[in-house]
Design a protein around this ligand. Structure first.
Ligand code: SAM
Length: 318
């Protein structure tokens, strides 16, 4: 079910599942298969055959040439490695939940970001993983089991129906929000199982984007209602500002409690940021957002915004 990068120029990214193995062990595995290790490479558009590269932004990510088929590799079959596009690793990395913390993954299936969260948390604490689609949630259960995750509570249902004041969520500090989107950033259209790309009703794009963005806005506003949450990481694999910067602007207009996290806390070394003109010419706000452009950035198209509770930053500043 993971993204098959067939016929693409996007490199084959491997997220090392640190619940089961280490980056060094995975590198050794590929060296034994006659791969040559490069510490990091600035030109990911031209990766030589049989080369493995350590990603310079994400410590658990390794890079192989595009179209490398690893679906029969023993490390893939055992769940030691996860085939996940680089940009889709950004949200869990930006969340960076602490050991023993409680997290909600509001739109979790098929669970690549959930298992990434689990691995960052070293299987401690608790992750509530919601999905409204029962079949996809079953896939999440299967994939997170394969990845060795033991801190996930899979919940079938709409995140919008969850009561933010329920005492079981009283220690939740972080919400990862990766809702359905147009999927317009996906380089490969073969990823049916990982993203909602096609609207079965085939509505015109303008109407579709309006519906999606209203849903995305509602989801963020609902996440704002969880009283102990300090950080909300919103992401899409859409290239459209309607689902990205515009949604961010609208929700910011409706909260006095949350604001965008400073750029220094949101992958500062990643140079592609939000689009200033789509943020009402607010350059500073746009800088706080992360974007990636399909192919140009050697990833799928992606967008991330990180909201933080204002008092959290104030406390840190005291
Ligand atoms: N985060 C996932 C991953 O990395 O593997 C991908 C999530 S996909 C972009 C969006 C998911 O949101 C779909 O699985 C869809 O079923 C789910 N979804 C849509 N509406 C929802 C709702 N109201 N509550 C919870 N999940 C919802």
């Amino acid at each position: 079910p993971e993204l098959r990068n067939s016929e693409t120029t996007v490199p084959r990214y491997i997220r090392v599942n640190t619940l089961k193995t280490t980056v060094e062990k995975v590198v050794e595995h590929f060296k034994a298969k006659k791969y040559k290790l490069e510490e990091s490479n600035d030109d990911l558009g031209d990766i030589s055959p049989q080369t493995i590269i350590k990603d310079k932004h994400l410590p658990e990510l390794l890079i192989l040439p595009p179209n490398t088929d690893l679906h029969n590799d023993p490390l893939y079959l055992s769940g030691d490695i996860i085939l996940q596009d680089k940009a889709s690793c950004f949200p869990s990395f930006i969340c960076s939940p602490l050991i023993d913390s409680h997290v909600i993954d509001a739109c979790a299936a098929p669970g690549n970001k959930t298992s990434h969260l689990s691995s960052i948390m070293q299987n401690s604490g608790k992750i509530w993983a919601f999905d409204i689609d029962k079949k996809r949630l079953e896939l999440l259960k299967k994939l997170t089991r394969k990845a060795g995750c033991e801190n996930i509570v899979a919940v079938h249902g709409s995140f919008l129906e969850e009561n933010p004041l329920d005492s079981k969520y009283s220690n939740v500090e972080c919400i990862l929000l990766d809702p359905s989107c147009s999927g317009s950033g996906m380089v490969s259209r073969l990823a049916e199982n990982t993203q909602d790309q096609l609207d079965s009703t085939q509505k015109p794009l303008v109407e579709r984007l309006k519906n999606l963005s209203e849903f995305q806005e509602r989801m963020i506003l609902h996440a704002f209602k969880f009283p102990t949450v300090k950080k909300i990481v919103y992401s899409t694999c859409s290239i459209y500002a309607q689902e990205n910067e515009h949604v961010v602007r609208r929700v910011l207009e409706q909260t006095s409690v949350f604001e965008l996290a400073d750029r220094k806390d949101v992958m500062p070394s990643w140079s592609r940021r939000g689009i200033t003109s789509e943020m009402g010419d607010d350059e500073e706000a746009a800088e706080k957002l992360v974007r990636s452009i399909p192919n140009e950035d050697h990833t799928n198209g992606f967008f991330v915004a990180c909201f933080v509770r204002k008092s959290v930053q104030c406390e840190n500043n005291v």
